[in-house]
Design a protein around this ligand. Structure first.
Ligand SMILES: [Zn+2]
Length: 139
């Protein structure tokens, strides 16, 4: 592996991407880690809600008519799909953290500019800068 620290080309127009400062990288890492923790507790909460719904279904379903059972099943399915989507977002954030370590994270796929830290914190899966994203959406 080449030493990435030595490839900083001051002055010359960089063909590839510019370098992000260490401080900025750390800021992104902290934001992503905070996001991951947030999602994890959200995930845990959703799981305990699913368990609760499950328990409800087992304990007081005797007197339920079919409509009640249907509603409960629906609620539970909603919770499960919510849990799955949170799980997916956690995976995205974890992948982002890995790519951040490799230096391949946080760059706009279209223009190669660094994506602002704030944007990455809000949307860890963002692959475009705001400008390019807007252009994309306008089409
Ligand atoms: Zn861009």
């Amino acid at each position: 592996m080449a030493k990435p620290a030595d490839t900083r080309t001051a002055g010359r127009k960089p063909m590839a991407k510019a370098t992000r400062s260490v401080a900025e990288t750390e800021k992104i890492r902290a934001a992503l880690a905070a996001r991951r923790d947030e999602l994890r507790s959200e995930y845990d909460q959703t799981l305990s809600e699913i368990t609760e719904l499950q328990r409800d279904r087992l304990t007081d379903s005797a007197g339920d008519d079919q409509a009640d059972t249907g509603t409960k099943t629906f609620e539970r399915e909603q919770e499960i799909s919510l849990a799955n989507s949170i799980r997916e977002r956690i995976t995205q954030v974890e992948r982002a953290l890995e790519r951040l370590d490799e230096g391949g994270y946080g760059w706009c796929e279209r223009c190669g500019d660094p994506i602002p830290v704030e944007r990455l914190a809000a949307f860890p899966s963002a692959t475009l800068c705001v400008k390019c994203k807007q252009l994309e959406e306008r089409r």
